[in-house]
Design a protein around this ligand. Structure first.
Ligand SMILES: [Mn+2]
Length: 335
């Protein structure tokens, strides 16, 4: 924390970036960190390799977010990024090697790729950012507080996940006292689903299957086209499936444009799917993890289901499959 603070106080121009297919914790952490550093007089470039969904684009200062990789900034900050594969086109090896990289995150599977790693096992990265903002002595304003509360309610699904304690509720109170509008944020996040989301979920839910305590749904490119859906329309479906009574695990398989399959994983209380996600080339948390594996769907389904069922049974974790069977690490889906 102190090293991150010192580096940021010395920085002049900071490049801050979150992960591909951003969620509310990624964008909330990005905007909260960026706005706080701007209040300290730093020049900040805020970046995300992928476009923001309408649910997030309304946040104050979201218009500042660009998709360009870093250039001449003297310091790089990554937020909510568990490994460099999650940076997509924002990762430029030379640039990242040649300057300080402050890696701020909450994923247990974080690969500690930064020169300074600020990793805390909290429910959201936004809370780690809040701790740093306080340490930097920046007073919370409405913009910073709104961004960070968006992060907190996204990753706790509005305080419904099993890792919520009084600490998160106290944090929410502090952010609301600083002006964050909880009701507006929850309205945008949970009560403004695009019609394309409802249509996509309808198709996927109509064909859910179960095996050995695991429930799963599949989303093909054809279903995406029929629903006029974008990848973010699949967000939240795995959590919804995990709410099914009697299931230990829930999976959503989504076929990407490139034919690879993004897998979003959810585990019931007492279960841990982060290890199997890492073994399949991804990462995440015990109860929310993901990976991206080679297609086609049939092959991905068999391989991932076998691995997940074995992990939930507590059998030995599956070994890393033969070289070439998996893509680059870190394409965690929806974690
Ligand atoms: Mn997060």
């Amino acid at each position: 924390m102190d090293r991150a603070r010192q580096r940021l106080l010395a920085a002049r121009h900071v490049y801050i970036v979150c992960h591909i297919t951003p969620d509310g914790d990624a964008i909330g952490s990005l905007l909260g960190m960026g706005t706080a550093l701007q209040k300290l007089g730093k020049t900040c470039t805020l970046a995300c390799p992928d476009p923001l969904s309408a649910k997030l684009a309304f946040l104050p200062s979201a218009r500042q977010v660009i998709s360009d990789p870093p250039t001449d900034q003297d310091t790089i900050v990554t937020v909510d990024v568990s490994d460099i594969g999650r940076l997509g086109s924002a990762y430029v090896a030379e640039t990242f090697r040649s300057r300080p990289v402050i890696n701020i995150d909450h994923h247990v599977t974080n690969t500690r790729f930064g020169s300074i790693n600020l990793i805390r096992p909290l429910p959201s990265t936004a809370e780690v950012v809040l701790g740093l903002v306080r340490r930097l002595g920046v007073p919370l304003d409405t913009d910073i507080a709104s961004a960070l509360l968006m992060g907190l309610i996204t990753d706790t699904r509005c305080f419904r996940t099993g890792n919520v304690t009084t600490r998160q509720l106290r944090t929410a109170i502090a952010l609301m006292n600083a002006g964050a509008p909880l009701a507006d944020l929850t309205e945008h996040l949970f009560n403004c689903e695009p019609l394309s989301t409802v249509r996509l979920w309808g198709q996927a839910l109509a064909a859910v299957q179960t095996r050995d305590g695991v429930i799963w749904a599949e989303i093909s490119q054809e279903m995406m086209r029929r629903s006029a859906a974008t990848p973010s329309d699949a967000d939240g479906l795995s959590s919804f499936l995990a709410s099914t009574a009697g299931m230990d695990g829930a999976l959503v398989f989504r076929e990407q444009e490139d034919g690879r399959i993004e897998v979003s994983m959810r585990a019931g209380p007492g279960h841990d799917l982060s290890g199997v996600a890492v073994a399949l080339g991804g990462g995440g948390h015990a109860r929310a993890a993901g990976c991206t594996v080679d297609g086609p769907m049939n092959r991905a389904r068999v391989r991932v289901l076998d691995a997940v069922v074995n992990a939930l049974r507590g059998e030995a974790a599956p070994g890393r499959p033969e070289a070439g069977a998996l893509g680059p690490p870190g394409q965690a889906g929806g974690a």
